[in-house]
Design a protein around this ligand. Structure first.
Ligand code: HMG
Ligand code: MG
Length: 298
């Protein structure tokens, strides 16, 4: 049955901005995050500690953290794919990090330059250090509903990689439909299979909206009781390298759907639109949410 409350993990400042053609200046990224806090978000992925050659958009993540109040009860997770990233994240004050694996070998190679097994080996010391330091550890699995290089991905592989991340000590695994190729019944079947191995309370959805299916997929999965959903304000994202790829489901439209279903989120939609404006004003395109578009016409 449907959850009574959903925890939204805002990933716009990381997943959204990492895929925008323009780099948002540090000050504006901080203002965006502060706007998201005003809107009621309590978990905001603030950036990543990855190679600045690979992802120049995230190169200033330490400066972003330096501009935030890290003691105000808001979680600001950052991506840390290896010990170098973890050390830099800690030096910048991060108290939560995310490791990210894939359910497809080709995607793992292209994204983090190693096999799935090698990636788990690189995550192990990060997980051990995080446990030692009292740092919360979140996990991602990419390509849970399809891979841009391999096509269909077996759900058993999604389940196994998710389980490996839980065994490393993640409190939650976020299931990524990286290229948005999922459809509702497939999404639900995938979640059901993963939930055979991992409690539903420790699973999150991370659906990109390339083909406009993200909300429908989320709805289908909500019926199974999943209660954590990643979203990006303004549907930020797209991808300069993959034509047609698009951002995460927009936080605005997700909240509209959940509000209408009587599912609590604690988020103020009008304040959320305002936060999105801070970002898009620096990106050169309008917000990609139905709600923001409707307000702009009104
Ligand atoms: P690599 O080349 O295999 O690593 O990169 P390496 O250890 O051989 O190092 C090569 C160079 O990178 C060296 O620098 C290192 O110092 C540097 P050089 O000597 O050439 O000047 N380096 C680093 N620099 C900064 N931070 C680090 C770091 N590690 C090494 N942590 C690596 C491996 C993972 C770093 C690289 O492949 C990389 O940065 N990839 C980008 C990964 C990424 O950010 N992808 C996007 C996020 S994942 C995602 O979006 C999916 C998700 O949203 C879920 C979904 O939608 O499915 C989460
Ligand atoms: Mg993503």
């Amino acid at each position: 049955s449907f959850p009574r409350r959903v925890r939204i993990v805002e990933v716009g400042p990381r997943d959204g901005l990492q895929n925008e053609a323009r780099i948002l200046p540090t000050e504006r990224r901080i203002a965006l995050i502060q706007g998201l806090v005003q809107a009621g978000l309590t978990i905001i992925e603030a950036g990543s500690f990855v190679s600045p050659k690979w992802v120049p958009q995230m190169a200033d993540t330490a400066s972003v953290l330096a501009g935030l109040d890290l003691d105000a009860g808001i979680a600001y997770p950052v991506l840390a794919p290896n010990m170098k990233g973890y050390s830099e994240a800690r030096a910048a004050g991060a108290r939560e990090v995310a490791i990210f694996a894939a359910a497809s070998e080709s995607f793992s190679q292209r994204n983090i330059n190693c096999s799935i097994a090698e990636s788990l080996d690189r995550f192990r010391p990060v997980a051990e250090a995080a446990a030692q330091d009292g740092v919360r550890l979140r996990g991602y699995v990419s390509c849970v509903l399809g891979c841009p290089y391999e096509g269909d991905v077996p759900v058993s592989r999604v389940r196994d990689v998710s389980q490996a991340l839980m065994q490393l000590g993640c409190y939650e695994v976020s299931l990524g439909d990286t290229i948005g190729v999922g459809t509702p019944l497939k999404a639900r079947a995938m979640l059901q299979t993963v939930a055979e191995a991992i409690p539903m309370a420790a699973l999150a959805l991370h659906f990109h909206d390339t083909y406009g299916m993200a909300l429908a997929n989320i709805f289908a999965c909500l019926e199974l009781g999943v209660s954590v959903i990643d979203a990006a304000v303004g549907g930020l994202g797209g991808c300069p390298y993959a034509a047609g790829a698009s951002g995460n489901v927009s936080t605005e439209d997700l909240v509209t759907m959940l509000d209408g279903m009587g599912i609590e989120t604690g988020i103020d939609r009008e304040a959320l639109i305002a936060a999105g404006q801070i970002a898009v004003a620096g990106l050169g395109h309008p917000a990609r949410s139905k709600l923001a578009a409707a307000r702009a016409q009104a």
